[in-house]
Design a protein around this ligand. Sequence first.
Ligand SMILES: NC(=O)c1ccc[n+]([C@@H]2O[C@H](COP(=O)([O-])OP(=O)(O)OC[C@H]3O[C@@H](n4cnc5c(N)ncnc54)[C@H](OP(=O)(O)O)[C@@H]3O)[C@@H](O)[C@H]2O)c1
Length: 242
Amino acid sequence: MARVAIVTGGTRGIGAAISKALAADGHKVVANYAGNEEAAAKFNAETGIPVIKFDVADPVSSAEGIAKIEAEHGPIDIVVNNAGITRDATFHRLSYEQWSQVLRTNLDSVFNVTRPVIEGLRARGWGRIINISSINGQKGQAGQTNYSAAKAGIIGFTKALAQENASKGITANVIAPGYIDTEMVAAVPEDVLKKIIATIPTGRLGRADEIAATVSFLASEKASFFNGSVLTVNGAQYIANG
Ligand SMILES: NC(=O)c1ccc[n+]([C@@H]2O[C@H](COP(=O)([O-])OP(=O)(O)OC[C@H]3O[C@@H](n4cnc5c(N)ncnc54)[C@H](OP(=O)(O)O)[C@@H]3O)[C@@H](O)[C@H]2O)c1
């Protein structure tokens, strides 16, 4: 069945692959972005998937964006909270602004985007909430106290949300990607990246389409008993307990 899906940060990187995969599954996808107009226009021209600019870090902007999507496309049934940023520094050098930007964009966003949708999902008795965390939210990463905190927060949020809404036909799950070959990882210095790849038993970075395939499954009817799960997609780099 075709559903309306929102993918935050859905015009680039992992999000773009997720948007394409859900569209290929027959869903009506809307891809959100923050401000990179060029990338959004290119994505829209290549895929025909509508794009919408709003700031997931801001509750008012997010609520307005969600309302606009629902007015134009109908009620949202699938939410993929994918938008994220890094502002790396060791904690003793980390500014409040770096802390706050990452917490607001990566964690507050999950509230800002899911809250306006959840009552409708409950009323209609079906929903899929898929939140993109990170290997570094599971294991912690030096230089990323802000990012690790936000990504770990997403896991706790999702587990609680799954319990609250399971009886209403709604699933909430986390995907925790390892290092994926996107612009976010391209920003990592080459010598550091080489060392990271050496710690991945599979011997390579992951691909955005591998994360997208996992989202596609979680969004499907087949995944209705997957709820409150954390799916690690990391080439065996870190094997978490849950
Ligand atoms: N790449 C990896 O190895 C990796 C590993 C683990 C987890 N992740 C997570 O996977 C997700 C996607 O990562 P990526 O590597 O694909 O990132 P990316 O290539 O940097 O793309 C980020 C996307 O998020 C959007 N975005 C950023 N801030 C936003 C805001 N305030 N409001 C709305 N949209 C915003 C960007 O929009 P603009 O284009 O307008 O800037 C862009 O579409 C993130 O949550 C990231 O933390 C990535």
